[in-house]
Design a protein around this ligand. Structure first.
Ligand code: HEM
Length: 209
């Protein structure tokens, strides 16, 4: 590999693997602070899993045993998709809603808007993790929820990312309760390559012990 090729690979993994997961964790913590009723449920779930154990290490087998955390993570990524916008260049003529689009055209897809489409999502701006429970997803178009994109160029790290965020959040929830800071403004979404906050993210961590 040339130096440039190595540099390009490092950039990809740093952006694709690090910024995205960090962004996701940030919005997840914000949602838990804003909706404490869900935070309590997650804490109960994690406490039950780690009860009587000396360490707060989450084991591989535990990752499938955190249903409430998984639902809340999905709902966080619906409202705050870490990658809010993707693009595709058309390789062939494509017809969308009767409009003929020539090859070579760049199409922008807003994951952020897709995830808040009121035709698909009831109470689209509300945090309701139950909408992802088994049975409620039935009949919903697979492409209405695509935090990791879809098709041949979708995210290669999605399972890794979900596991990473689950481990991070459950270990934090074991030790801390996170709260909004009343004297600070709530975050304003700022869609860059990843979904940032225009005015920072102010959260307070309280030790649970
Ligand atoms: C919550 C975390 C993550 C989110 C939301 C996310 C989201 C995405 C999205 C939406 C795409 C598609 C971009 C497009 O269609 O143009 C993508 C691609 C990609 N992701 Fe992730 N990602 C995450 C974590 C990761 C991690 C942890 C890794 C690697 C360790 C990773 C590696 C990649 C790579 C290499 C691509 C490009 C794949 C290709 O072009 O064929 N991602 N990701």
């Amino acid at each position: 590999m040339t130096n440039l090729e190595i540099r390009n690979e490092v950039d990809t993994v740093m952006f694709a693997g690090h910024d995205t997961t960090a962004t996701c964790t940030m919005w997840f913590l914000y949602c838990l602070a804003k909706y404490p009723e869900y935070q309590i449920k997650i804490q109960e779930e994690v406490d039950a899993l780690l009860e009587g154990k000396n360490s707060d290490n989450i084991q591989w087998s535990n990752l499938s045993e955190l249903p409430m955390l998984s639902l809340c993570l999905k709902e966080t990524m619906r409202l705050y998709p870490p990658v809010p916008f993707i693009e595709r260049e058309l390789m062939e003529e494509t017809v969308i809603d009767g409009h003929v689009i020539p090859p070579g055209t760049t199409i922008g897809v807003s994951i952020l808007l897709l995830h808040r489409n009121p035709a698909v999502w009831k109470d689209q701006n509300e945090f309701k993790p139950e909408r992802f429970t088994y049975g409620k997803t039935k009949g919903r178009d697979t492409f209405s929820y695509v935090p990791f994109s879809a098709g041949p160029r979708n995210c290669i790290g999605q399972n890794f990312a979900v596991n990473e965020v689950k481990v991070l959040i459950s270990r934090m929830m074991r030790k801390y309760t996170v709260e909004l800071v009343p004297s600070r403004p709530e975050p304003i979404r700022f869609p860059l390559t990843t979904l940032q906050s225009e005015n920072g993210m102010w959260l307070r961590f309280k030790s649970r012990t």
